[in-house]
Write a protein that binds this ligand. Structure first.
Ligand SMILES: [Mn+2]
Length: 438
């Protein structure tokens, strides 16, 4: 078997002066910042689906990508060869984690039993590969959206058989994630949504989804899986209206079903954009609600209205996002997963390597910038000064329950309160940010 990634050497940190096309210039995994190594802050992961299982086809055209590991006629042989290529890529990139859907690693069988048998065989194969590799599993997930049986949803499908099929699939995917030492289990509601209310009972579907998620959480505790359960919000695509629209919507859903202490979010940059938010908005929202779980780092194209899943390359946007991660207490058991695909014209396996190296460096550089902003303390001081009025006892009394609305009114009138507008100093702070970026 020829090497799928040529004779590429393992990529290492070489510093900013390196002239090599493939070297980490910013990502020094051992560099200690804010009290721990960069590798522990960032926990980079390679996504099996975009990087190993995609062939470059799109709604308008045939596969374009040169993928020598996708040529076998026997599906299980092909799955093993794909895994061989995956671990070669992990070795070349020298990143700590990977992520997969069940269908990325093993082919669909003739029925559910055969599909699960294929899956379990490949889980054993991955377990063996992991013994000879540094790569660990950041999270596993189930693909409950590609096959036509899921066209009307998985947990929200009007057909209870699809609910049962999906529950069975998730049960086995959770088992596999635990077996492989995964840190998280993710649920992205690919088709949990609807196209038209003319054929949809939305209240019923949402309740079914709530029950499904409770089943997942109950099972997590039953098997002693100590990873996080994560929902990945997305507002639309493939369905017109997706139930897990954004972080705030997911939080309301978790509260309704009593799961706000059990389930967190896996936030994707491009999904935030599709919801009309910035990535940092979604991160700050999740952190404020104590449900920040993990990140899918990528970017969208602001000129396009769909999920382009490009590799991140905007330093300022990523710095602002990671600044909010730091303020929110870090990523914990989560990580930064490259849910990103190379463009259809980037046909060589080596293009995958360049994409990851650039994105890793971009994120590392953004994190170092964000950490420097935190350490300088100027932004934090500006925010503290803006809210300083709330440190006064009479202000605190309005929040701590000691004053009623009537009493606040009486005191306000008696004291002749007359607020003077103060500048929000936005441009000054934006200039500060731009001046500090390196
Ligand atoms: Mn994603």
């Amino acid at each position: 078997m020829p090497p799928f990634f040529g004779e590429l050497e393992t990529i290492h940190f070489e510093g900013r002066e390196s002239q090599k096309p493939l070297a980490y210039r910013w990502y020094d995994p051992n560099h200690v910042v804010l009290g721990k190594p960069l590798s522990e802050h960032l926990r980079f992961a390679i996504a099996y689906w975009h990087s190993l299982a995609m062939n470059g086809s799109d709604p308008f055209g045939a596969p374009t990508l040169n993928r020598p590991w996708m040529t076998r006629s026997d599906a299980m042989e092909g799955a093993r060869e794909k895994a061989d290529a995956a671990f070669e890529l992990f070795r070349v990139l020298d990143l700590p984690f990977y992520t997969f859907h069940d269908r990325d690693i093993a082919p669909e069988g003739a029925d559910l039993k055969e599909s699960l048998k294929n899956f379990q065989a490949m889980v054993e194969y991955l377990a063996k590969k992991m013994e000879g590799s540094k790569a660990k599993l950041l999270w596993g997930t189930a693909n409950l959206f590609s096959h036509p049986r899921f066209m009307s949803g998985a947990a929200t499908n009007p057909d209870p058989d699809v609910f049962a099929y999906s529950a069975t699939t998730v049960k086995h995917c959770m088992d596999a994630t635990k077996q492989l030492g995964g840190s998280n289990y993710v649920l992205w509601g690919g088709r949990e949504g609807y196209e038209t209310l003319l054929n949809t009972d939305m209240g019923r579907e949402l309740n079914h989804l709530g029950r499904f998620l409770n089943l997942v959480v109950e099972y997590k505790h039953k098997i002693g899986f100590d990873g996080q359960i994560l929902i990945e919000p997305k507002p639309k695509e493939p369905t017109a209206h997706q139930y897990d629209f954004d972080t705030a919507t997911v939080y309301g859903f978790l509260k309704k079903h009593g799961l706000e202490g059990e389930v967190k979010v896996n936030l994707e940059a491009n999904h935030a954009l599709l919801a009309g938010h910035s990535f940092e908005h979604e991160i700050a929202t999740a952190a404020s609600l104590n449900i920040l779980g993990s990140l899918d780092v990528n970017r969208g194209d602001p000129l396009l209205g769909w999920d382009t899943d490009q590799f991140p390359n905007d330093l300022q946007a990523m710095t602002l996002a990671l600044y909010q991660v730091i303020l929110g207490g870090g990523i914990g058991k989560g990580g930064l997963n490259f849910d990103a695909k190379i463009r259809r014209q980037s046909i060589e396996p080596e293009d995958l390597v360049h994409a990851h190296v650039g994105a890793v460096d971009l994120c590392a550089r953004a994190f170092l910038n964000a950490a420097a902003l935190v350490e300088a303390g100027e932004l934090k001081a500006a925010v503290a000064e803006r809210y300083a009025g709330w440190d006064k006892p009479e202000a605190k009394a309005m929040l701590d329950g000691s004053l009623t609305l009537e009493q606040i009114s009486e005191k306000t009138l008696a004291n002749g309160v007359n607020p003077a507008p103060r500048s929000g100093k936005q441009e000054r702070l934006e200039n500060l940010l731009n001046r500090r970026l390196f």
